[in-house]
Design a protein around this ligand. Sequence first.
Ligand code: SF4
Length: 270
Amino acid sequence: MNEPSITIRASSWAGLFDCAYRWEGIHLLKMKNTVGLRAALGTAIHAGSAVFDQARISGDTVTVNDAAGVLVDKLRDPENEYDPNKDDLTKPEAESIGITLLSKYCLEVSPNYNFVAVEMETKPMDIDCGGGIIVQLTGTMDRARIKKSTNGIGIADLKSGSSAVQKGAAVTKGHAAQVGTYELLFEHTTGEPITSEAEIIGLNTKGKAVIATGFISNAKKVMTGDQDNPGLIEFAADMFRSGRFYPNPKSLLCSEKYCPRWKTCHFKGD
Ligand code: SF4
């Protein structure tokens, strides 16, 4: 195959199917948006949980306190930049919520899983979009784990947010493209089939510190399609070939807070 025309991080791929116009702004036009403290808190929780789970796999000793230390360091890291005016949350509150959730995750959730990889590095995967355009997916499966159970290998993806858990279950709606991409990349990287359904582990960062799970079946099919229906890869190929990235003003991220294209986008309406 020829050299890729565009290289994109695998973890960003799912955003293309949310609002492609926003995705183009961020990933192709390099428009920047500063996140709020709650998103920075999410990054910090994920950093702490990843160190804890990686240690479980390697057989190293990492305590909940050690993981909490990683969380606090990440939250205070100037590179984990956020706009203090974007959330009604103070830093001490964020630390307290983060440590409570992370402790719960380490003590009550993580031990239920046999993880075999954390944020696995993937082998670059080329998607031929036609017309000489080749998109290459690279990078790690950010925030995801590979789990092994009696059903075989599957993806477990951690999602944090103010409404990551609703009615006692992790919100799975809108996550199939992400986990489907990870399933494809896992199979492409290792040559092993995914046989277990994907799981979202939701961590609520607002209100009660709740962690719950939800399942997604056939996520890969959402990407690849079948003999009767096209998959999202086909839609993505159309967009890359044509250079037309469709707006979605109904996206949950269609707001000044989350979209760097907001000010100039005339599709958003008022
Ligand atoms: S403002 Fe809304 S429609 Fe426009 S790019 Fe952003 S998310 Fe998409």
